[in-house]
Design a protein around this ligand. Structure first.
Ligand SMILES: [Zn+2]
Length: 283
């Protein structure tokens, strides 16, 4: 592998020459930004839930089959509040915004924590394909609207006692009267509302541009959980456009596709370190 400083220089040059930057971001980005789902951040914030249910981290806790809505929402309100509403724009996301600078760009992300919005990436440049913690939907997707939940989540957190919320705070579908869910893709009932479809169209339009331009595809923290959403399509785009470069930053799986190896710059180094270095050179 080429040494780190040379790869950094090549990535910085590719970004400087790019007519458009397509960012693809996965869980590894938010994790590197400090929004860890396990370890001290988890244990410090979920002690009563850990004592009651034996939870080990926020990923697996999110799949726990709570027996009542009151318990379900007590956990989820805490989870949403901690990951979506309480954190400011993390420095890593702010550094990434600087890397983009004034270039034309678009972001597709599987992250549902709203960090791109907080770090001044405009809404119309984002496609959060897997949803957003800040919205509720009908759990059975009986209609395709989503509902901003910040005030409800705050009320639930403030009124949680013994890992339950009061029954009066349990959200109810305004259409069918059934339970609500968080608008994140976890089963076949994920609601893709009007905003989701508009973002998808803008993403498709961007891909059409990227296919014919001098483009950099900047993929960060995307592993093999759902590679068909970002990782494989990005490799395909670079394969189909000889002017495109893939900059892949991934602690565990930085390697490029053999078909594009000469057009891929791989970074297994610390994400914050790589992005901060690129942001310095882009000033
Ligand atoms: Zn409903």
């Amino acid at each position: 592998m080429i040494d780190y400083q040379t790869r950094l220089k090549q990535a910085a040059e590719a970004l400087a020459e790019a007519e458009i930057i397509l960012v693809g971001a996965g869980a590894g980005l938010s994790s590197a930004a400090g929004l860890e789902y396990s370890g001290p951040r988890f244990t410090a914030n979920f002690a009563p839930f850990i004592a009651r249910y034996g939870f080990t981290d926020m990923y697996t806790a999110g799949f726990y089959p709570f027996k009542t809505q009151e318990e379900f929402w007590a956990y989820w309100a805490r989870h949403i509040s901690l990951n979506r509403f309480e954190p400011p724009a993390e420095p890593l996301y702010q550094e990434l915004r600087k890397v983009i600078g004034t270039k034309d760009f678009f972001v597709i992300t599987t992250n549902v924590d709203g960090q791109f919005l907080k770090a001044a990436f405009p809404d119309e440049k984002l496609f959060p394909v897997q949803g957003d913690y800040a919205y509720f939907q009908c759990a059975k997707a009986c209609h395709d609207r989503t509902y901003y939940n910040e005030e409800q989540v705050k009320a639930m957190v403030a009124n949680t006692h013994e890992c339950r919320i009061p029954s009066g705070l349990v959200p109810v579908c305004p259409n069918c009267g059934g339970p609500m869910a968080v608008n994140i893709r976890k089963d076949q009932y994920f609601v893709q509302d009007k905003g989701w479809h508009e973002a998808q169209h803008r993403y498709q339009d961007t891909i059409n541009l990227v296919l014919s331009r001098k483009a950099v595809l900047l993929e960060i923290g995307v592993g093999f959980n759902t590679p068909v959403i970002i990782r494989y399509p990005f490799e395909q785009i670079v394969f189909n456009n000889s002017q495109a470069r893939l900059v892949r930053i991934n602690r565990d799986y930085p390697e490029g596709s053999p078909d594009n190896i000469d057009r891929t710059l791989s970074f297994g180094e610390n994400i914050l370190e790589v992005i901060s270095s690129l942001s310095e050179t882009s000033q």
